[in-house]
Design a protein around this ligand. Structure first.
Ligand code: AHR
Length: 524
């Protein structure tokens, strides 16, 4: 009986062995051919007054037992410094079009409601000064979304004057009295949010006339932002790929083409979440290969969407002066059981890490037009970098992808050619691998390769032209299961580990684990 069993096991192993054998993928990279700069702003974050994104996620107040600096939690600041956040979009989202900045300054804060997100009390204790202090602590730029839906151009103009005027206007003096004599910098200005929906259900024509007025009057007075450092104005752009959205893009960019000296825009936003289908019902943990492959298939639609809207922009703005800014993107799944559905609480798994890498690679390939993006959202909401529970904090798999991609910030895109092959599951077929390369300011070559296949490793052989490669080293992010997550008790399930790569005769070879994200640098 025993020998029969051994024999049977050997036969099974012989049959399955070829299936588990590593697939080979050849890449070809010419480091002398650089393309557009991968703008660091594509690694931007989004922090809306929503659930525990701001309150608890960032702000605990100066009297909290959670270690903090002027009310901002130290553990979160420390973690965010590690991913070199370029900018944070705030205060929303849908919240922005109901935000009135005066309620969030000075010693007396006005408590209001947050009707979009659970109808909870909005204490306004985290306002302009607290946001700017937070940015200062993490070293990021401000991306302020002004209220077009329920505010006025005057309210927005005064907010900008309050933040940025150096001259002793009454508003600048009020800012000083509230603790900040020096003007703040505002790098990016969002003119409304989803004005076609939660931002006021406007028609494209109506929005375009609002956009012109806000662009004209909402000025940045900071003397340090008058030349090259000027504030970039981002108009509301599309939220999908149907005619409703292509019409929207066409209307805004056509208006831009005819803009006069009195107004201007520098960017067009685009929102695109990976949902699978609406309303969000895919679970964020406790799923299998079917849901893994379906969500990745859905996320890859980002590429077609960018191409579609870029093509419309190219018609009216062939010099690509207006950036496409994907300022809301990420996985949006069913709320975690027991959580407030208005708080958009979800887990963050290895699948999200791979989803993040695939999207960042898409943005990098469109670097000439996509010069900004903001993942939704930074902490405790949707596809977050960080999850907290009171004093506890855990870094998500997505956080580690952003950390591994730091060298790609402002690096020059280097084209990579490869035949990815296919990974199939049920009726889903996905490219087996994805890859990008870039050269940083010091001339060092960086390579990212994602193995989407959750079952099979991949042997990479990359031919490197244009550099004399000597060695390569890097990190890989994987985990036992497609839905592996980091928890407060087990924070190291999905963390990057060193990976060894060999360089010989102008070729780099390395083995990718199944379902992994890998970044290597090449020494010359
Ligand atoms: O990120 C959550 C919400 O999604 C934002 O508030 C809104 O802009 C979008 O619909």
């Amino acid at each position: 009986m025993r020998s029969l069993l051994v024999g049977f096991t050997l036969i099974v192993m012989a049959i399955t062995a070829p299936l588990m054998a590593a697939q080979k993928v050849e890449l070809s990279i010419d480091a002398s051919k650089t393309g557009a700069k991968i703008d660091r702003d594509i690694f931007g974050q989004f922090a809306e007054h929503l659930g525990h994104g701001v309150y608890e996620g960032i702000w605990v107040g100066p009297d909290s037992k959670i270690p903090n600096t002027r009310g901002i939690r130290n553990d979160v600041v420390g973690a965010l410094k590690g991913i070199k956040v370029p900018n944070v979009r705030w205060p929303g989202g849908c919240f922005a079009d109901e935000y009135h900045w005066r309620k969030g300054i000075g010693p007396q804060r006005v408590a209001t409601l947050n009707p979009n997100w659970g109808g909870v009390i909005e204490p306004n204790t985290f306002g302009t000064h607290e946001f700017m202090d937070f940015l200062d602590q993490i070293g990021a730029d401000a991306y302020i979304s002004v209220n077009v839906g329920s505010g006025t151009p005057q309210e927005a103009a005064e907010w900008l004057e309050y933040m940025t005027a150096a001259a002793p206007t009454t508003l600048a003096k009020e800012r000083a009295a509230n603790g900040h004599p020096a003007p703040y910098k505002v790098a990016l200005l969002g003119i409304g949010n989803e004005s076609w929906d939660c931002g006021g259900n406007m028609t494209p024509d109506y929005y375009v006339s609002q956009m012109k007025i806000y662009s004209r009057f909402v000025r940045n007075f900071n003397p340090a932002q008058q030349g090259k450092q000027q504030m970039l104005k981002i108009a509301v752009g599309p939220g999908g790929d149907g005619p409703r959205w292509t019409d929207w893009t066409e209307n805004v960019i056509k208006a831009y083409q005819q803009h006069t000296w009195s107004w201007d825009i520098n960017g067009l936003s685009m929102h695109n979440y990976t949902v699978g289908h609406w309303p969000p019902s895919y679970t964020s943990a406790g799923f299998g290969e079917t849901e893994y492959s379906q969500i990745l298939k859905s996320t890859l639609e980002m590429d077609g969407l960018i191409s579609k809207h870029s093509a419309i922009m190219d018609k009216y703005d062939p010099d690509k002066k207006v950036a496409l800014v994907v300022d809301e993107w990420g996985g949006w799944y069913a709320p975690l059981p027991g959580s407030n559905p208005g708080f958009l609480v979800q887990q963050n798994s290895l699948r999200d890490a791979i989803l993040a890498a695939l999207n960042l690679n898409i943005f990098a390939r469109h670097a000439d037009r996509v010069r900004g993006a903001n993942i939704a959202q930074m902490i405790n909401v949707l596809q977050a970098m960080i999850i907290t529970d009171n004093e506890k904090m855990v870094l998500t798999p997505t956080y580690y992808v952003f950390k591994m991609y730091v060298p790609f910030q402002d690096a020059k895109f280097v084209p990579v050619t490869f035949d990815a092959g296919w990974y199939t599951h049920g009726d889903v077929a996905l490219p087996r691998v994805d890859a990008i390369a870039a050269k940083d300011a010091n001339g060092k070559l960086w390579l990212e390769i994602t193995n989407l296949d959750p079952n099979q490793p991949v042997e990479i052989e990359a031919s490197l032209a244009g550099i004399t490669a000597k060695s390569a080293a890097g990190e890989t992010l994987t985990a036992p299961k497609v839905d592996s997550v980091n928890t407060f008790d087990t924070p190291n399930t999905v963390v990057p580990k060193p990976v060894s790569a060999k360089v010989q005769g102008g070729k780099l070879t390395l083995k990718l684990e199944p379902k992994s994200v890998t970044v290597v640098s090449v020494e010359q």
